[in-house]
Design a protein around this ligand. Structure first.
Ligand code: SF4
Ligand code: SF4
Length: 323
């Protein structure tokens, strides 16, 4: 698969990447063998860009998958790994990066990000963690640094941030999950922000092209939209080998025009670690399929849910995914 430089980082990435959250305990909960096998399958078929995070608790899969592969940064065929941390402090970030290096078995990591920068003050609040990333990059422990975000304003801001090398931004044609300040943002607003980053020479890669699974039926349209923004890579969470095959076919231009994914088995799922209990989905569901569970968080009754997907767009934190 042809690779492209991630902005001005000098790091070469494939046009599609594999997110590993999907296989972790919060979602498919694959065994070490299954998860590592899936990652290695994707690598052997050409994918060279992998996304994880301290919070995902998935480093063991990657380490096992890449056993026997030269992961040093002077191997052009190495798997490029991106990780990130939610921490705000200098010490917390230092610990997070060292943990990633240790648990992934790496001497240095290509990309490390502030995970999920939520709004403008959030970047300032996490100034200690940001300074730590700059220092660790200087020491050669990290190749490039940046942020992951669902926010238009944060993405815009990163175009102006000299120390930021790369932005991992949420974007999809329907605008699902895009935020701006404390409210909803739109796809056109995120498009403009992404373009500003690209013009500023930042590496840009995209998440949630399928809007948490809600746009999966429009497989090609969803990916085309993001690719046509000019991003350097599209990161997709993969849970099965067929999904990897399909994504690689798309990237290589061999996906049949007639391809239509079977989404009939899809289910709505509420990520309990993301739900903030705001209640918006309960009000939105026309079938009263969502109720509070014993933890005061939202849960779906699959006997009633019609997988219409109406609830997903109203969730301010993208906790509702179609799976
Ligand atoms: S998918 Fe539709 S029916 Fe199911 S919980 Fe969401 S709004 Fe309700
Ligand atoms: S809309 Fe999202 S955050 Fe609010 S209760 Fe539903 S799942 Fe939780």
């Amino acid at each position: 698969m042809e690779k492209t430089e991630l902005g001005n980082t000098g790091i070469l990435v494939t046009p599609v990447g594999m997110g590993v959250l999907t296989m972790g305990a919060s979602q498919l909960n694959l065994s070490l063998e299954e998860g590592a096998g899936l990652i290695r399958y994707a690598y052997d078929r050409g994918i060279r860009f992998f996304d994880t995070a301290q919070y995902y608790d998935c480093y063991h899969y990657l380490r096992e998958a890449f056993r026997g592969i030269d992961t040093s940064r002077n191997n052009p065929e190495r798997p490029v790994i991106c990780s990130k941390s939610l921490t705000a402090t200098y010490e917390g970030m230092e610990e997070a990066v060292l943990e990633a290096l240790r648990d992934l078995g790496l001497e240095s990591i290509d990309l490390f990000l502030l995970h999920e920068v939520r709004h403008d003050p959030d970047f300032e609040i996490r100034g200690g963690a940001w300074k730590c990333l700059q220092d660790m990059k200087q020491e050669g422990l990290i190749g490039a640094i940046g942020v992951s975000t669902h926010h238009v304003d944060v993405t815009e801001r990163m175009a102006e941030e000299p120390a930021c090398d790369a932005v991992f931004a949420l974007t999809n044609y329907a605008g699902l999950g895009i935020r701006k300040g404390s409210g909803a943002g739109s796809a056109p607003e995120m498009e403009r922000a992404v373009r500003s980053c690209l013009e500023a020479g930042k590496g840009v890669f995209a998440m949630k092209a399928f809007g948490g699974g809600n746009l999966s039926a429009d497989y090609r349209r969803a990916l085309d939209y993001v690719r046509d923004l000019g991003v350097h890579s599209i990161m997709v969470g993969l849970g099965k080998r067929e999904e990897a095959d399909r994504l690689i076919q798309y990237a290589e231009g061999t996906l049949p025009d007639s391809y239509a994914p079977d989404v009939s088995g899809k289910r709505i799922r509420i990520d309990q670690s993301d739900c903030e209990g705001c209640g918006a989905c309960l009000s939105r569901c026309p079938n009263h399929a969502i109720s509070w569970n014993e933890n005061g968080l939202a849960d779906v009754d699959h006997q009633i849910c019609l997988t219409c997907g109406y609830c997903a767009p109203v969730c301010p934190v993208r906790a509702i995914i179609m799976w």
